[in-house]
Write a protein that binds this ligand. Structure first.
Ligand code: URA
Length: 190
C-alpha cells in the first residue's frame, strides 16, 4: 500500500466524527493495492472485520473472494473499502449521518486509488455512491458515470448467501464487469 494511504489510515484511526468509533474494536480502513484500476466498495464492517481490522474477511468475504476468482482476480490486485470504516453495532445499516461523516475518508481513498472502475457491493453503497434512490433489484449490473468513473452495483455477497436465487444474475453482472475490465484496463495483462 502507498505511503499516502498509510498516512490517511493513520489519520482516520483518530477520527471521532460519529459515534461508531467509540464502539468498534478495530478500524476497518481498506485493503489491497493503491493505485488500482478497480475499487470495490461495501457497506460497513461486520463482526469478523471489526475483530480483524480488514474488510470482507467473514462469510460474505469468503464468497467475495470466490466471485473475484471467477473473473480471474484476487484482493491483492484491487482495492476494497467500505462506506463506513467502523462497525455499526449489531450489524445494523449505517445511518445516513454516519455515512456522511465518513464520506470524506472514502473520497480521499478514491483519490489515491484512482480507479477506472468502481463496483458497489449492495444497495447501501450504491445509494451512497451512485444515487440516493438506487434500486438494486432493477439497476444492478448497469453502468453509471460517477464523477467520470464507470460505476456498477452488484448484489452484496451477504444477500447472495441469504438468497441463492440471486446468484445467476450476479454471475451475469460479473461477466459484464470482466468484459469492461478487459476492454478498459490492464488488469488482466500480467
Ligand atoms: N460487509 C460489508 O459490507 N463490508 C465488509 O467489510 C464486510 C461485510
Amino acid at each position: 500500500m502507498s505511503e499516502e494511504m498509510k498516512k490517511l489510515e493513520a489519520r482516520c484511526a483518530l477520527c471521532g466524527s460519529c459515534p461508531l468509533g467509540a464502539t468498534r474494536t478495530k478500524l476497518v480502513f481498506g485493503v489491497g493495492r493503491a493505485p488500482s484500476e478497480l475499487m470495490l466498495i461495501g457497506e460497513g464492517p461486520g463482526e469478523q472485520e471489526d475483530l480483524q481490522g480488514e474488510p470482507f474477511v467473514g462469510p460474505a468475504g469468503k464468497l467475495l473472494d470466490d466471485m473475484l476468482e471467477m473473473i480471474g482476480l484476487d484482493r491483492t490486485r484491487i482495492y476494497i473499502a467500505n462506506t463506513v470504516k467502523c462497525r455499526p453495532p449489531m450489524n445494523r445499516d449505517p445511518a445516513q449521518e454516519e455515512m456522511a461523516a465518513c464520506r470524506h475518508w472514502l473520497d480521499e481513498q478514491i483519490a489515491l486509488v484512482r480507479p477506472k472502475i468502481i463496483v458497489c457491493l449492495g444497495r447501501i453503497a450504491a445509494g451512497e455512491l451512485i444515487k440516493k434512490d438506487f434500486r438494486i433489484t432493477r439497476e444492478h449490473g448497469q453502468w453509471f458515470d460517477v464523477n467520470g468513473i464507470k460505476t456498477m452495483a452488484i448484489y452484496h455477497p451477504s444477500a447472495l448467501l441469504r438468497d441463492v436465487s440471486k446468484r445467476p444474475e450476479t454471475f451475469a453482472d460479473l461477466r459484464e464487469l470482466r468484459r469492461v475490465l478487459r476492454r478498459d484496463t490492464a488488469l488482466y495483462e500480467g
